[in-house]
Unconditional design. Structure first.
Length: 111
């Protein structure tokens, strides 16, 4: 096995592990939102979700900026944070589209 193949396999294994951890965390977040539990019980669940997505985006931007300025050499961590933020936003848009579709269906119902 060549060094490139070994590095690729290790990188793929690490990426799969991070994606699995992300999936578990997102599932836990979805379950807590379904039950109305969260970090701040006085804040609506959807607003909490929006804030988490925004926090991930801001964290990714800060990490990328630190790498660009030379303050950090954690390029992989910055890229993973950026991908996580993008995935979170994509999932948020999917939830939004489902809600809009459900509202449209409710509007179409004949009373």
């Amino acid at each position: 096995m060549s060094v490139t193949t070994l590095n690729s396999a290790i990188g793929q294994s690490a990426m799969e592990s991070l994606l699995n951890q992300d999936a578990v965390r997102l599932q836990r977040d979805a379950q807590s939102m379904a039950h109305g539990a969260g970090d701040n019980p006085s804040m609506p669940a959807f607003e909490q979700m929006l804030r988490r997505v925004d926090d991930r985006d801001q964290d990714a931007a800060a990490r990328m900026e630190a790498v660009e300025r030379g303050e950090s050499d954690d390029l992989v961590g910055a890229m993973l944070a950026s991908q996580e933020a993008g995935l979170s936003f994509s999932m948020l848009m999917q939830v939004r589209n489902k809600v809009v579709g459900a509202v449209d269906e409710l509007i179409k119902l004949q009373l």
